[in-house]
Design a protein around this ligand. Structure first.
Ligand code: ADP
Ligand code: MG
Length: 151
Protein backbone atom coordinates (compact mmCIF):
# COMPACT_ATOMS: atom_id res chain seq x y z
CA UNK A 1 0.00 0.00 0.00
CA UNK A 2 1.37 3.39 -0.96
CA UNK A 3 1.31 6.31 1.50
CA UNK A 4 -2.12 6.96 3.00
CA UNK A 5 -2.33 10.46 1.60
CA UNK A 6 -0.69 11.39 -1.68
CA UNK A 7 -0.71 14.87 -3.14
CA UNK A 8 -0.15 15.92 -6.72
CA UNK A 9 -1.00 18.97 -8.75
CA UNK A 10 -1.86 19.29 -12.42
CA UNK A 11 -1.40 22.35 -14.60
CA UNK A 12 -3.91 21.61 -17.36
CA UNK A 13 -7.12 19.80 -18.19
CA UNK A 14 -5.06 17.30 -20.19
CA UNK A 15 -2.79 16.60 -17.23
CA UNK A 16 -5.76 15.85 -14.97
CA UNK A 17 -7.24 13.63 -17.62
CA UNK A 18 -3.98 11.77 -18.20
CA UNK A 19 -3.53 11.19 -14.49
CA UNK A 20 -6.92 9.47 -14.32
CA UNK A 21 -6.12 7.44 -17.44
CA UNK A 22 -2.86 6.21 -15.93
CA UNK A 23 -4.53 5.43 -12.62
CA UNK A 24 -7.32 3.31 -14.09
CA UNK A 25 -4.83 1.40 -16.23
CA UNK A 26 -2.66 0.58 -13.26
CA UNK A 27 -5.53 -0.57 -11.03
CA UNK A 28 -7.10 -3.70 -12.50
CA UNK A 29 -10.34 -5.13 -11.13
CA UNK A 30 -13.09 -3.30 -9.36
CA UNK A 31 -12.21 0.30 -8.73
CA UNK A 32 -14.37 2.69 -6.72
CA UNK A 33 -13.39 6.35 -6.80
CA UNK A 34 -15.06 8.94 -4.61
CA UNK A 35 -14.48 12.42 -6.03
CA UNK A 36 -14.77 15.39 -3.70
CA UNK A 37 -14.42 19.08 -4.49
CA UNK A 38 -16.35 22.21 -5.37
CA UNK A 39 -17.95 22.84 -8.72
CA UNK A 40 -15.35 23.39 -11.42
CA UNK A 41 -12.46 21.67 -9.66
CA UNK A 42 -12.15 18.95 -12.31
CA UNK A 43 -14.14 15.96 -11.09
CA UNK A 44 -15.86 15.39 -14.42
CA UNK A 45 -12.58 16.00 -16.23
CA UNK A 46 -11.05 13.24 -14.10
CA UNK A 47 -13.89 10.88 -15.04
CA UNK A 48 -13.28 11.70 -18.72
CA UNK A 49 -9.70 10.52 -18.21
CA UNK A 50 -10.97 7.28 -16.69
CA UNK A 51 -13.12 6.77 -19.78
CA UNK A 52 -10.08 7.34 -22.01
CA UNK A 53 -8.22 4.66 -20.08
CA UNK A 54 -11.08 2.22 -20.52
CA UNK A 55 -11.31 2.82 -24.27
CA UNK A 56 -14.73 4.46 -24.03
CA UNK A 57 -15.36 6.75 -26.99
CA UNK A 58 -18.79 8.05 -26.04
CA UNK A 59 -18.33 11.53 -24.59
CA UNK A 60 -18.63 11.68 -20.82
CA UNK A 61 -20.68 14.60 -19.56
CA UNK A 62 -22.13 15.36 -16.17
CA UNK A 63 -25.17 13.18 -15.60
CA UNK A 64 -27.58 16.02 -14.87
CA UNK A 65 -31.00 14.44 -14.88
CA UNK A 66 -29.89 10.85 -14.80
CA UNK A 67 -27.82 10.72 -11.66
CA UNK A 68 -26.02 7.57 -12.74
CA UNK A 69 -24.81 6.79 -16.22
CA UNK A 70 -23.24 3.57 -17.44
CA UNK A 71 -20.69 3.35 -20.24
CA UNK A 72 -20.32 -0.09 -21.74
CA UNK A 73 -16.79 -1.43 -22.24
CA UNK A 74 -14.82 -4.58 -21.41
CA UNK A 75 -14.41 -2.90 -18.07
CA UNK A 76 -17.49 -0.71 -17.80
CA UNK A 77 -17.56 2.76 -16.30
CA UNK A 78 -20.32 3.90 -13.99
CA UNK A 79 -20.43 7.64 -13.48
CA UNK A 80 -22.60 9.05 -10.70
CA UNK A 81 -23.08 12.68 -9.76
CA UNK A 82 -24.75 13.13 -6.39
CA UNK A 83 -24.81 16.94 -6.47
CA UNK A 84 -28.57 16.93 -6.17
CA UNK A 85 -28.69 14.34 -3.43
CA UNK A 86 -29.41 15.55 0.06
CA UNK A 87 -29.36 12.34 1.99
CA UNK A 88 -27.79 8.91 1.92
CA UNK A 89 -31.36 7.62 1.72
CA UNK A 90 -31.72 9.19 -1.73
CA UNK A 91 -28.53 7.50 -2.88
CA UNK A 92 -29.95 4.20 -1.73
CA UNK A 93 -33.11 4.97 -3.67
CA UNK A 94 -31.20 5.45 -6.92
CA UNK A 95 -29.56 2.05 -6.42
CA UNK A 96 -25.98 3.24 -6.07
CA UNK A 97 -25.02 0.22 -3.97
CA UNK A 98 -25.81 -2.23 -6.74
CA UNK A 99 -22.93 -0.84 -8.75
CA UNK A 100 -20.45 -1.86 -6.06
CA UNK A 101 -21.16 -5.53 -6.74
CA UNK A 102 -19.02 -7.15 -9.40
CA UNK A 103 -15.29 -7.43 -9.77
CA UNK A 104 -14.09 -5.45 -12.76
CA UNK A 105 -16.13 -2.28 -13.09
CA UNK A 106 -14.98 1.27 -12.44
CA UNK A 107 -17.38 3.39 -10.40
CA UNK A 108 -16.65 7.12 -10.18
CA UNK A 109 -18.85 9.21 -7.91
CA UNK A 110 -18.88 13.00 -7.89
CA UNK A 111 -20.02 14.60 -4.61
CA UNK A 112 -19.44 11.20 -3.05
CA UNK A 113 -19.58 12.58 0.50
CA UNK A 114 -23.34 12.64 0.04
CA UNK A 115 -23.28 8.84 0.10
CA UNK A 116 -20.36 8.31 2.48
CA UNK A 117 -22.13 5.64 4.48
CA UNK A 118 -22.62 3.49 1.40
CA UNK A 119 -19.05 3.52 0.13
CA UNK A 120 -17.08 0.27 0.37
CA UNK A 121 -13.91 0.18 2.51
CA UNK A 122 -11.62 -0.03 -0.50
CA UNK A 123 -12.93 3.21 -2.02
CA UNK A 124 -10.18 5.56 -3.15
CA UNK A 125 -11.04 9.11 -2.12
CA UNK A 126 -9.82 11.95 -4.33
CA UNK A 127 -10.07 15.54 -3.07
CA UNK A 128 -9.74 18.21 -5.74
CA UNK A 129 -9.33 21.93 -5.29
CA UNK A 130 -8.38 24.90 -7.42
CA UNK A 131 -4.74 25.93 -7.30
CA UNK A 132 -3.15 29.35 -7.36
CA UNK A 133 -3.66 29.95 -11.06
CA UNK A 134 -6.70 29.14 -13.12
CA UNK A 135 -5.25 26.08 -14.84
CA UNK A 136 -3.86 24.44 -11.71
CA UNK A 137 -5.68 21.86 -9.62
CA UNK A 138 -4.42 20.24 -6.43
CA UNK A 139 -5.43 16.63 -5.93
CA UNK A 140 -5.15 14.55 -2.79
CA UNK A 141 -5.53 10.79 -2.96
CA UNK A 142 -6.50 8.91 0.17
CA UNK A 143 -6.02 5.14 0.42
CA UNK A 144 -4.80 4.73 -3.14
CA UNK A 145 -2.98 1.40 -3.60
CA UNK A 146 -0.63 2.73 -6.29
CA UNK A 147 1.99 5.44 -6.09
CA UNK A 148 0.54 8.44 -7.83
CA UNK A 149 3.89 10.08 -8.55
CA UNK A 150 5.09 7.01 -10.41
CA UNK A 151 2.13 6.83 -12.78
N1 ADP B 1 -5.74 21.42 -14.19
C1 ADP B 1 -7.05 21.31 -14.49
N2 ADP B 1 -7.67 20.12 -14.38
C2 ADP B 1 -8.99 20.01 -14.67
N3 ADP B 1 -9.80 21.04 -15.03
C3 ADP B 1 -9.21 22.24 -15.15
C4 ADP B 1 -7.83 22.43 -14.89
N4 ADP B 1 -7.54 23.74 -15.09
C5 ADP B 1 -8.68 24.33 -15.45
N5 ADP B 1 -9.70 23.46 -15.51
C6 ADP B 1 -11.09 23.81 -15.85
O1 ADP B 1 -11.89 23.52 -14.71
C7 ADP B 1 -13.16 23.05 -15.12
C8 ADP B 1 -13.41 21.68 -14.54
O2 ADP B 1 -14.71 21.32 -14.87
P1 ADP B 1 -15.37 19.97 -14.42
O3 ADP B 1 -14.44 18.84 -14.66
O4 ADP B 1 -16.72 19.92 -15.03
O5 ADP B 1 -15.48 20.21 -12.82
P2 ADP B 1 -16.45 19.54 -11.76
O6 ADP B 1 -16.96 18.27 -12.33
O7 ADP B 1 -15.59 19.37 -10.55
O8 ADP B 1 -17.56 20.54 -11.51
C9 ADP B 1 -13.17 23.06 -16.63
O9 ADP B 1 -13.74 24.25 -17.08
C10 ADP B 1 -11.69 23.00 -16.99
O10 ADP B 1 -11.41 23.63 -18.21
MG1 MG C 1 -18.91 17.50 -12.55
Amino acid sequence: MAAEIQKISTDSVQATRRLATALVRSCPGRLILALHGDLGTGKTCFVQGLADGLGIRRPVTSPTFTLIREYAADRPLIHADLYRMNTTRQSLDIGLEEYFEGDHQVVAIEWAERANLLLPDDTIHVYLCAGDDHTRRNLEFHHCPVRIDSL
